[in-house]
Ligand binder design. Structure first.
Ligand code: GRF
Length: 220
């Protein structure tokens, strides 16, 4: 009997470049799992087209059709419960999630954030890192908890800031690292190497004391 595939649901709001990186990694087998469903809160999200082109079901649950955040999250939660995913991947899903939704999928939902958390939670991270004179920026993948961008960090990818960087140029280099980091972390979880126990990330049978950092060739 064959082992059932590791089932992934990806939630998006925008262009879906991280979704693309994860789709590519499932297609090549770098991730041992299948994207069962892509869900977007916006009908104009570019990632919907990427998914459909790859033959992955892509569906819109439009937040504008709901009166309250709670009502939206209840509908989203019901859809996710019906899908029974092993992992929910937030890939540029630009919504603040309610506590009940997050708690329902505790330890099963991850997010990518463009900073070296705990630095620069929230928006406009690239501009804020530059304004603060940082020498290093980057991205983090973390488990989702009710507090925004505050969940246990699984892994990070640093990016060196250049003297002539603008928010846009820095964002471009950070996103390139996101596209390496996110599929890597998803593959670790799909392989059973990474999990969350009592708010602590475990990797290869041990609690991690610091999130591992992956670097690009150019960052050495
Ligand atoms: C990414 O840069 C991610 O850091 C942030 O939202 C962006 C989504 O981009 N959370 P894309 O839709 O994956 O291209």
């Amino acid at each position: 009997m064959s082992v059932p595939a590791f089932r992934i649901a990806v939630l998006i709001s925008g262009s879906g470049s991280n979704l693309q990186a994860i789709m590519d990694a499932t297609a090549t087998g770098s991730i041992s799992g299948e994207i069962e469903q892509v869900l977007s809160n916006r009908p104009d999200a570019g990632g919907l087209k990427r998914a459909r082109q790859a033959g992955i079901p892509a569906e819109v649950i439009d937040h504008r059709h709901f009166d309250t955040r709670e009502a939206y999250d209840e509908a989203l939660g019901q859809r996710l419960t019906a899908l029974r995913p092993d992992l929910i991947v937030l890939a540029g899903f630009m919504r603040i999630l309610t506590d009940p939704l997050v708690r329902t999928f505790a330890g099963q939902m991850i997010n990518i954030h463009p900073s070296l958390l705990p630095a620069y939670r929230g928006l406009h991270t690239h501009a804020r890192a530059l304004a603060a004179g940082e020498r290093q920026h980057g991205c983090s993948v973390h488990y989702v908890i009710p507090e925004l961008d505050a969940g246990p960090v699984i892994a990070q990818a640093p990016v060196t800031i250049k003297p002539d960087d603008t928010p846009a140029s820095l964002q471009t280099r950070v996103q390139a690292m996101e596209h390496t980091l996110y599929p890597q972390v998803v593959s670790w979880i799909a392989d059973g190497r990474v999990s969350l126990h009592d708010d602590q990330v475990w990797m290869d049978g041990q609690p991690i004391s610091r999130p591992p950092r992956i670097t690009a060739e150019t960052e050495h």
